[in-house]
Design a protein around this ligand. Structure first.
Ligand code: BGC
Length: 714
């Protein structure tokens, strides 16, 4: 594609049209110049290609694709090859479905265990996160499909994600929250990046020139395209000048008109538009002219999804009860045996090509068991009880944060009742993030599957019966409770997040407070034993000798840390697969990051939040006035209707998906702003209507109604 020639031929209107989506999943085409639309879909753990464009919330209506383990699980494998292989497989499915850009990977740092979207993120550690992201991007892009790394930056909570402001000093920002992006951008060169909804130190990310242009492009050499998160644009002109190229889902007439007018009067704007259009064309070029051919066998992906899920699982505790030999009599409790929670809720929801629950797998392998969904019989005839449980999609999801780390009261009392039987109880856990485990010392074993993807049940079977030896290690610390986390004083308290704990995130904090942990970062057991020692060290490399000293094959993760400026840092890691009795020598190269030159002071004072209702106010604030409450109820009623409708459906996987989608939207809506809704509705709810709603909510009914009656711009 001759980008410079096309640029010269594009009319101003066409240029503007290229900087905005035409619907949730496509950019504008310019047929006369043979510019095709770019087709975009959600990831990150599979391809969520919607069957129709029903807007950004049309989550349940997808083409089937392989649902791989979620990022929280993948990172626990500490094997970046898993991310690479999964990237290749997902790219093949993208190619089959005609997708050019995958909205993945999610590389936000887990600041608090309560963030509802932690299942979609890798780790609390920037190096581990960055390395996994880089491997995934390389896998996807090896087949000419673009990755859009997200959500840049310091987007650490869900409750306030649409209008929150992350107040964070420069050193912490760079050392913790930007570093994962930096590693992935420099190492894997993603073709695209998504800026988040929130502000950082008072500047909205879609208008943040410092981060989008000076740091990302200037310092790190990013040469790809920046797109907004869905509806994250506020001032289109400011956005383009700041380096935010593409507005998604777009099709907001108000924004197009403003940009077009600004271009006429301001050369800085027209120059920025040209730069952004060049980036859009370059993305078209990269993803359409790919020479790679693609053959995909979805059956291979079932095998891959199973292997990866098994490699991710973390054996958090074991008194020798696991593995089972096959001769034990087992009693199984917990609905997740049949209805495994295998993925998270929200925009990442995949319609799986197949689902293998633990029940499916146990039955297929001829395992004999007795099963009770949710009660404990008076007398259990068995040697071992397997309890399948964890968090549900109603407790943990994109769109809202958890209030605490507790399992539901129902599950907790079930576990307690099982423990009272005096039998050995093995907890097989499905959750996207840490949960409180006050009874951990009474359990015989805890096998943490995280959210293992659609083949998770088969992986459970293989791990429990030792066809695979567990080898995952926690990629995040497991505090005793959320009150023990390093940002507990701030998290969830309001839209302005004060990152007061600075770089003491995760193990960097718990190193000083080990008593606050149930399980530390990097922890994970095996059915075999290992020994390891450092045999050589230079300034930037370290050589380990690692031996499998037990009687079965297994894998150990070599982790190398150094204390820098008083805080421990993971500098390198590698997973080593060893036969029983085998020894390997592993050399790890590393860099020692130095952030000491950056300021640890915050020289920004957040503005007090306005009393009146504005376009930026979350919908829940509309309840403050009588007319605003009416509007609030009107909007929420539609969403509640969907939720009620889904509840009435007969029990089926479709009902589960519909219900959790409706719940996600219901929880998210009160935190959405009218500006955000106008920017993400694909033209259905116009900017002018949003302004009218604001007037009405502030009691200016006549003015609001007049605005509503104004003819809409063409
Ligand atoms: C999410 C993104 C997602 C986009 C499109 C947003 O609300 O934050 O991660 O890619 O929607 O579904």
């Amino acid at each position: 594609m001759d980008i410079e020639k096309i640029l010269k031929e594009l009319e101003p209107e066409e240029r503007v049209s290229l900087l905005s989506g035409v619907n949730s999943w496509g950019t504008a085409a310019v047929p006369r110049l043979h510019i095709p639309p770019i087709i975009i879909t959600d990831g990150p753990h599979g391809v969520r290609k919607t069957k129709t464009d029903g807007g950004s919330f049309d989550i349940g209506n997808n083409e089937p694709s392989t649902a791989f383990p979620t990022a929280a699980a993948i990172a626990s494998s500490w094997n970046t090859d898993n991310a690479y292989k999964m990237g290749v497989a997902i790219a093949k499915e993208c190619r089959l479905l005609g997708v050019n850009v995958l909205l993945a990977p999610g590389v936000n740092i887990k600041r608090s265990p309560l963030c509802g979207r932690n299942f979609e993120y890798y780790s609390e550690d920037p190096l581990l996160t960055g390395k996994f992201a880089a491997a995934f991007i390389k896998g996807v892009q090896s087949l000419g499909v673009a990755c859009c790394i997200k959500h840049f930056a310091a987007n650490s909570n869900e409750d306030f994600r649409f209008y929150g402001d992350s107040i964070v000093d420069e050193r912490t920002l760079r050392e913790i929250y930007l570093r994962a992006f930096e590693i992935a951008v420099k190492d894997a060169k993603p073709y695209a990046l998504m800026c988040s909804y929130n502000s950082v130190n008072g500047v909205l990310m879609s208008e943040n020139k410092l981060l989008l242009t000076d740091v990302l492009r200037g310092e790190w050499g990013f040469d790809g395209l920046v797109m907004t998160d869905w509806g994250a644009i506020r001032d289109k002109v400011k956005g383009v000048i700041a380096g935010c190229d593409l507005e998604m889902p777009g099709d907001v007439t108000y924004n197009k008109t403003r940009l077009l007018n600004a271009m006429k009067n301001d050369t800085e704007v027209s120059k920025s538009v040209e730069t952004s259009v060049r980036r859009v064309l370059s993305l078209v070029d990269k993803t359409f002219n790919s020479a790679h051919t693609c053959e995909s066998d979805l059956k291979d992906h079932l095998t891959l999804a199973t292997e990866i899920a098994a490699d991710c699982a973390v054996l958090m505790k074991n008194d020798g009860t696991l593995p089972l030999s096959g001769s034990e009599i087992i009693f199984i409790v917990g609905e997740m045996f049949e209805k495994m929670r295998f993925q998270g809720a929200g925009s990442s929801l995949i319609t799986p090509t197949k689902l293998i629950s633990p029940k499916n797998a146990f039955d297929a392998h001829g395992v004999q068991y007795e099963y009770s969904k949710d009660s404990v019989p008076e007398k259990i005839s068995a040697d071992v009880i397997l309890f399948f449980g964890g968090l549900t999609d109603f407790e943990e999801s994109e769109g809202f944060d958890r209030k605490n780390m507790k399992l539901s009261a129902k599950q907790t009392s079930l576990i307690k009742a099982l423990l009272r039987t005096g039998k050995k109880v093995v907890f097989i856990l499905f959750a996207g993030s840490p949960v409180e485990l006050p009874f951990a010392n009474l359990l015989s074993a805890i096998l943490n599957m995280y959210l293992p993807g659609m083949c998770g049940g088969e992986a459970v079977y293989k791990l429990v019966y030792a066809e695979v030896n567990p080898s995952g290690k926690l990629a995040e610390s497991w505090p005793r409770s959320s009150k023990d986390s390093s940002c507990a004083e701030d998290f969830g308290k309001g839209p302005v997040s004060n990152y007061y704990e600075k770089s003491e995130v995760g193990y960097r904090y718990f190193d000083k407070h080990p008593e606050k942990l149930t399980f530390p970062f990097g922890h994970g057991l095996s059915y075999t034993t290992f020994s390891q020692k450092i045999i050589e060290k230079t300034d930037n490399s370290v050589t380990f000798s690692v031996s499998n000293t037990g009687s079965c094959d297994g894998a150990e993760v070599v982790q190398y840390y150094e204390t820098i400026d008083g805080i421990r840092n993971l500098l390198a890691f590698e997973k080593v697969y060893l036969k029983a009795g085998e020894t390997k020598t592993i050399e790890l190269a590393f860099e020692r990051p130095d952030y000491t030159g950056y300021s640890t002071q915050i020289d920004f004072k957040p503005q007090p939040i306005a009393d009146t209702i504005t376009l930026e106010s979350p919908l829940k604030d509309f309840k403050k006035t009588i007319s605003g409450k009416l509007l609030y109820n009107l909007v929420l009623a539609t969403v509640r209707k969907d939720y009620k409708k889904a509840r009435k459906l007969p029990d089926s996987p479709q009902r589960d998906a519909k219900l959790k989608n409706a719940h996600f939207v219901l929880k998210m809506m009160p935190n959405s702003s009218l500006r955000g809704l106008a920017m993400s509705s694909g033209g259905k709810f116009t900017y002018e209507m949003a302004c009218a709603f604001v007037e009405i909510a502030n009691g200016h009914i006549a003015k609001g109604l007049a605005l509503m009656r104004k003819p809409r711009p063409a």
